[in-house]
Design a protein around this ligand. Structure first.
Ligand SMILES: [Zn+2]
Ligand SMILES: [Zn+2]
Length: 85
């Protein structure tokens, strides 16, 4: 089961990003807040699943129109070479 978001750094998927709060020693808001991967703290993006290999895509991907399928870079390379017959 894949999460809603994919970490762009470690490739983990998760539903809820981890949120941090930096209070800078203040007692009252506004506090500085940010979020990231709950495993490594890295940047994340909505999960996009490769329609060929079924893996979450963390790098470049290609969206194929008009089907709207997504392929990771390596699957797209394979696919385009395969279709060249
Ligand atoms: Zn991560
Ligand atoms: Zn793929």
């Amino acid at each position: 089961m894949l999460g809603e978001y994919t970490c762009l750094d470690c490739g983990a998927t998760f539903d809820e990003p981890k949120r941090w709060e930096e209070r800078h020693g203040l007692d009252t808001p506004p506090y500085e807040q940010w979020s990231g991967c709950p495993f490594c703290g890295g940047a994340y993006a909505p999960t996009i699943i490769c329609d060929s290999c079924g893996e979450p895509i963390t790098g470049d991907y290609v969206r194929v129109e008009p089907s709207g399928e997504h392929f990771c870079d390596s699957c797209f390379m394979l696919k385009s070479f395969g279709d060249d017959s």
